[in-house]
Ligand binder design. Structure first.
Ligand code: FES
Length: 104
């Protein structure tokens, strides 16, 4: 499965996220205590930008209406009736790359 380089590790501080275009998708990459995780950037509720959400540990809260997701898996942390796609992340040296296909 191909990976696309998106940024350097220093560009995403711990506890923050940034959005990148990966192929034909927009993906939010999170730094959780130095480990990097990627989920789709569009909230399944109404498309809120998850990279701009409130981040507490491995949970991001959508900035629009506060649905919450585990950024390590894409699972919803309250309710669990939906999820966001998650993507494998590779770090080589200081370069972060993200899979072009979601995890199955
Ligand atoms: S768009 Fe994310 S909670 Fe509504």
């Amino acid at each position: 499965m191909p990976f696309i380089d998106v940024t350097s590790t220093s560009a995403i501080a711990p506890g923050t996220a940034k959005a990148f275009v990966v192929g034909d998708r927009e993906v939010a990459v999170f730094n959780v205590d130095g480990a990097f995780y990627a989920i789709e950037n569009s909230c399944p509720h109404q498309g809120g930008p998850l990279a701009e959400g409130f981040i507490d540990g491995k949970v991001v809260t959508c900035p629009w209406h506060a649905w919450c997701f585990d950024v390590t898996s894409g699972t919803m942390t309250l309710g669990g009736f939906t999820h966001v796609e998650s993507y494998d992340v590779q770090v080589a040296g200081s370069t972060i790359s993200v899979s072009t296909e979601p995890r199955s």
